[in-house]
Design a protein around this ligand. Structure first.
Ligand code: HEC
Ligand SMILES: [Cu+2]
Length: 331
């Protein structure tokens, strides 16, 4: 890598990334970004004043270099007097700076956590060790349908996220879109978000929740309202029935924990797999969604995510292959 590529990489990974508060893609993240800007300006002004004061003192001392003891005493007295005269100004500047910061953070906080009256779309997100249950309402007026580890948001619309936790405290955080909010067992927290810029972003649990906390991420897709409606319609549809070996193995070994709507599997201990192959990643952002990774996960979940609630299930290689092939058809 050339020396010039290093800052470019840092910039691209840290500041332009899919998980960055410095690249706001929604109203709430923008309010936080503005607050950060305000804090930087106030801090920069304080810094400039301090540096200017030091410079002035040094300059005075330098001008009288070589002075005798009397001269030095006069210099110190003069500096002292100047500082005393500047005291009210300094105090005023401190009060002004703090007032600006407090006012700015008050308004940013209101913008980030304001809830509007009845937004059209409500999405439930529940934290589990170590994955995310995500529920949307069937737009045809039916009940809730379930997916996992991938949140879709229609661009330009305010969406209410209803946040909960199934076991321990987690924290919902998609820095490009909004501020973070804790998910607490036995409580529901509400977070209204308005995403503006289409793209893929990354969310991450922001409250340490056990050994695999770092592997508790999720994908966020901001897309046009039309694309969102098409995605939701596909999610609402049940899986096509399958009579193959993979479906039979799934029914016998996996259906106690996993649901596949339309295939008679209704377990709820793990993520809903009705459209698992349509997701971007696997095991809460741990692996990319590929046929090979599906197979690897089913064979060795404890090697990939030690401690995960999905047990190591002894399957013959042929059965593991058949189940992975079956899941890969669930788009
Ligand atoms: C005891 C309950 C349990 C059983 C049995 C079980 N799983 Fe899981 N499974 C889970 C849990 C919990 C997770 C979430 C793990 C995580 O991400 O930490 C999971 C995750 C998965 C995922 C990843 C889903 C996603 O969207 O990230 C797949 C695929 C999967 N399981 C397939 C299977 C298959 C196939 C079987 C049967 C061979 C099976 N599971 C058996 C509990 C179970
Ligand atoms: Cu966590």
């Amino acid at each position: 890598m050339s020396a010039r590529a290093i800052p470019a990489c840092l910039l691209l990974s840290g500041c332009m990334g899919t998980q960055s508060a410095l690249a706001p893609a929604g109203d709430q993240a923008r309010a936080l970004f503005s607050l950060l800007g305000l804090m930087l300006w106030v801090a920069a002004a304080v810094y400039a004043v301090v540096i200017a004061g030091l410079g002035w003192a040094l300059w005075r001392a330098w001008r009288r270099r070589g002075a005798d003891a009397r001269g030095e005493a006069a210099l110190l007295r003069g500096t002292d007097a100047a500082l005393t005269r500047a005291l009210p100004l300094t105090a005023g500047a401190i009060v002004l700076g703090l007032t600006v910061l407090i006012t700015g953070s008050f308004f940013a906080d209101r913008a980030v956590f304001a809830t509007r009256a009845g937004p059209a779309l409500e999405v439930r997100v529940t934290g589990h060790q170590w994955w995310w249950r995500i529920q949307y309402r069937d737009p045809a007026g039916g009940g809730w349908i379930e997916t996992a580890n991938e949140l879709h948001l229609p661009q330009g619309q305010t969406v209410r996220l209803v946040l909960g936790a199934a076991d321990v405290i987690h924290s919902f955080w998609v820095p490009n879109v909004a501020g973070k909010l804790d998910m607490i067992p036995g409580r529901t927290n509400r977070l209204d978000v308005t995403a503006r810029r289409p793209g893929w972003y990354r969310g991450q649990c922001a409250e340490f929740c056990g050994t695999q906390h770092a592997h508790m991420a999720f994908d966020v897709r901001v897309e046009s309202p039309a694309a969102f409606r098409a995605w939701l319609a596909a999610q609402v549809a049940p899986a096509a029935p399958s009579a193959g070996r993979g479906a039979a193995v799934f029914q016998a070994t996996c259906a106690a924990c996993h649901a596949i709507r339309g295939a008679g599997a209704a377990g709820r201990a793990g993520p809903d797999l009705t459209h698992v192959a349509a997701r971007r990643s696997l095991a809460a952002g741990t692996l990319a969604m590929t046929r090979g990774n599906l197979q690897g996960w089913i064979a060795q979940p404890q090697a990939i995510k030690p401690g995960t609630s999905m047990p190591q299930i002894p399957l013959t290689p042929a059965d593991a292959d058949a189940v992975a092939a079956y899941l890969a058809t669930l788009r």
